[in-house]
Write a protein that binds this ligand. Structure first.
Ligand code: HEM
Length: 145
């Protein structure tokens, strides 16, 4: 690897490679998930949706989300779920709800991680949100010919 590509890797880490940064491990990712979920549950718009969908014990959801983010960021392969059907069934969720979700996620990540690391989490969340939105809201019959 040339020194130029090493430098580029530091600036913009590849989404295919595990992120190797101090303080980024399953424990800190779990703390992010837990703080994010605590905030989202208090959110006026999203709180009632989560309360309805996860009515009982939150622990399995929190562990699943920790697996998910560990797989996304650390490439652990811990997550084996299916995000698209889990969201397509939420028929009252709108595109603007994703802006709220991303705002809460972004502020939580920015508080728990250093800015460069938070930016990586936020960029990955934005990409995944975009693909979930396509699955949920894209209607080929409504596009312009
Ligand atoms: C307005 C936006 C969103 C809402 C209201 C929402 C809501 C939910 C709810 C209620 C569940 C639990 C579903 C269930 O267990 O049956 C869930 C699961 C999940 N969400 Fe979201 N979500 C949103 C956006 C996102 C985004 C942007 C991501 C990723 C960056 C994400 C990742 C996941 C994952 C990985 C699961 C677990 C799916 C599974 O394997 O069962 N969600 N979400």
């Amino acid at each position: 690897m040339t020194s130029k590509s090493v430098l580029l890797d530091r600036v913009r880490p590849s989404p295919e490679q595990p992120l190797a940064r101090p303080g980024v491990d399953r424990t800190s990712i779990g703390a992010l998930v837990r703080e994010f979920c605590a905030r989202v549950r208090k959110n006026e718009r999203l709180g009632p949706i989560f309360a309805r969908e996860i009515a009982g014990d939150w622990e399995p959801h929190l562990e699943k989300m920790t697996d998910f983010w560990s797989s996304v960021i650390l490439k652990t392969g811990d997550y084996h779920g299916r995000p698209v059907p889990a969201h397509v069934k939420l028929t009252d969720v709108t595109e603007s709800d994703f802006d709220i979700w991303l705002a809460v996620f972004g502020e939580t990540a920015a508080e728990l991680f250093e800015p460069e690391t938070a930016a990586i989490f936020i960029e990955r969340a934005e990409r995944i949100a975009a693909s979930l939105k396509l699955a949920m809201f894209f209607r080929p019959d409504r596009t312009c010919a």
